[in-house]
Design a protein around this ligand. Structure first.
Ligand SMILES: NC(=O)C1=CN([C@@H]2O[C@H](COP(=O)(O)OP(=O)(O)OC[C@H]3O[C@@H](n4cnc5c(N)ncnc54)[C@H](OP(=O)(O)O)[C@@H]3O)[C@@H](O)[C@H]2O)[C@@H](O)CC1
Ligand SMILES: [K+]
Length: 504
């Protein structure tokens, strides 16, 4: 699914009207029908409905929905905000239709509003502002939003919770944004809906297909998209019947200091489960027995040191290198790491402590080879960027800039993990769940991506497929085991099922 900006959404709207062709009023009618249907699926006509409509087309949608619900027997009260005495043409047309139908209690607000009582049985339809919002809400609108948020009523937002910007909310006023129970967004998710810090406003999110021009959608370039199963399936390479372990990729993982061997175990197992032919784990001497016993399928390469990674190793014989999980941040390790990254001859994934080391030696970042893959979680990224971001959107934009500057692939982990490409594009992952917020989950991702690189996937495909498989394995595990008890090893256990699902 492509994610368009509000300007592109406007273009899409215009293009559909001109090329389908359809009048803008009929397109609004189509959107309203879809909205009405979705509302009626959840609330019966015994639910009292209060509709708040703004002056633009979001308000127009709301007025049309009000009319349709009243035709279906709902008791509807409508409040139309027209403080500037300026309604959009389609909003005005729907106001007339609504008044002609004579079924609803209608109030037009031109100055102040004495707000209606909203109790727990009431359903509020929020059609104040949609994708045309161009500044944070203030004054009477802000007061209205606060009043709705403080009421016990359920709120369904049309297109987007009013007050929430389609893209960047870094400088928004958070108290002045509607907190919906259900958001019915039209055609596509919007960028702000993918950010963790905006989930509190959305409630449940449903996307309604209002049949906007597929031609425009397919032919229009955009910076961001959500990767779905259909985008991922074609990436999967088939295994040759003549495969042998030498032809299925030779991966190296440098992970696990003394006391953190688990990180190495998880990354190594995940790498093997991703189908790499051979996996070598480089590890300090004291982890020898743990590794041998926990992952008998791996080859061990022992560091000269007892407890830490201390010396770079030759990577010529390897097809991919993953480095960082549980590595520790000892200064000797730091020096070995940068030497390792500079001399690596194969594709690279760096994670966890390898990223933390780079954060405390930021000048080294200039020396990183191109096309490196980094997999920070938000805290790791903030350290890497040098300061915390005020919002998830700001962090995402910084990650995208860093990926361009370093010509690297950066996977910002989280709900909707985001892959920032060196060319500025961003892919969001559609799999994964909150059960995966557990220690070791990131080590598993590093192992998976290293395995895919070793198998010959290009960096961008290894990242896309790797994020998807990781999330899918987590989703399949959560389906059987629930989210509460999910641990990183479960994700590895469900990798085979995740592959099977993609091969179906
Ligand atoms: N996608 C599609 O194809 C379809 C989209 N449709 C619907 O259209 C919606 C978008 O409609 P829209 O463009 O008219 O914008 P909308 O959000 O109603 O607001 C514009 C008004 O708000 C005002 N305003 C802005 N910020 C403000 C502020 N902070 N405080 C106060 N006022 C503020 C602004 O005033 P201005 O700044 O221009 O003076 C203008 O008057 C979209 O969300 C969806 O519901 C469907 O009908 C059909 C298909
Ligand atoms: K809205």
């Amino acid at each position: 699914m492509k994610i368009f900006t509000s300007a592109q959404i406007h273009e899409l709207d215009k293009y559909t009207i001109e090329h389908e062709p359809i009048s803008s009023l009929n397109l609004m009618e189509r959107a309203a029908k879809a909205l009405k249907r979705a509302i009626e699926e959840e609330w019966s006509n015994r639910t009292p409905v209060v509709v708040f409509a703004g002056p633009g087309n979001n308000g127009g949608d709301a007025l049309a929905v009000a009319r349709m619900l009243s035709e279906d027997g709902y008791d509807v009260s409508v409040y139309l905000f027209n403080v500037q005495n300026k309604l959009s043409a389609d909003c005005l047309a729907n106001k007339k239709r609504l008044l002609d139908a004579k079924r609803v209690k209608f109030t037009e607000i031109t100055t102040n509003l004495d707000p209606p009582k909203l109790n727990a049985e009431t359903l509020v339809v929020d059609g104040l502002f949609g994708s045309g919002l161009n500044k944070p809400l203030a004054g009477g609108f802000a007061a209205m939003v606060k009043y709705i948020n403080q009421s016990p009523a359920k709120v369904v937002s049309i297109d987007i919770p009013s007050g929430l910007m389609t893209e960047d909310n870094s400088y928004n006023i958070h108290a002045n944004i509607i907190r919906a129970s259900l958001t019915l967004t039209l055609q596509q998710k919007k960028l702000s809906m993918l950010m963790a810090d905006n989930q509190q406003y959305l409630g449940r999110l449903r996307v309604l297909d209002i049949r906007l021009s597929q031609e425009f959608i397919q032919n229009t370039e955009c910076q961001c998209r959500i990767l779905e199963e259909n985008d991922i399936r074609p990436l999967l390479k088939s295994r040759s019947d003549f495969a042998h372990k030498g032809s299925m990729g030779n991966a190296l993982l440098i992970a696990g200091s003394y006391g953190m061997s688990g990180a190495s175990v998880l990354a190594t197992k995940a790498c093997l489960r991703t189908g790499a032919g051979k996996v070598t784990a480089h590890t300090p001497k004291r982890n020898y027995e743990i590794m041998q016993i926990s992952v008998p399928e791996a080859v061990l390469q022992m560091d000269a040191e007892e407890t830490i990674f201390s010396e770079p190793v030759d990577t010529e014989m390897f097809d991919a290198l993953g480095v960082g999980p549980g590595l520790g941040q000892n200064e000797t390790t730091a020096i070995a790491l940068i030497a390792q990254l500079r001399r690596a001859t194969c594709p690279l994934v760096i994670d966890a402590d390898a990223l933390n080391i780079l954060s405390s030696h930021r000048a080294w970042m200039q020396q990183l080879p191109k096309n490196i893959i980094m997999t920070p979680h938000p805290k790791e990224f903030d350290r890497l960027a040098g300061n915390a971001s005020s919002s998830c959107t700001e962090r995402l934009m910084k990650a995208s800039e860093l990926a361009e500057r370093l010509q690297a692939y950066i996977i910002l982990k989280g709900h909707y993990s985001a892959l920032c490409h060196p060319d500025g594009k961003i892919d969001f992952c559609s799999t994964g769940n909150s059960g995966m917020a557990t220690a070791g989950s990131g080590d598993v991702l590093t192992g998976i991506i290293t395995g895919l690189l070793a198998r010959g996937y290009k960096q961008e495909d290894a990242c896309r497929l790797g994020m998807h498989l990781h999330g899918l394995a987590g989703d399949l595990a959560a389906k059987d085991l629930g989210k509460e008890s999910l641990i990183a090893s479960d994700i590895i256990q469900y990798l085979p099922k995740a592959f099977l699902r993609l091969e179906e």
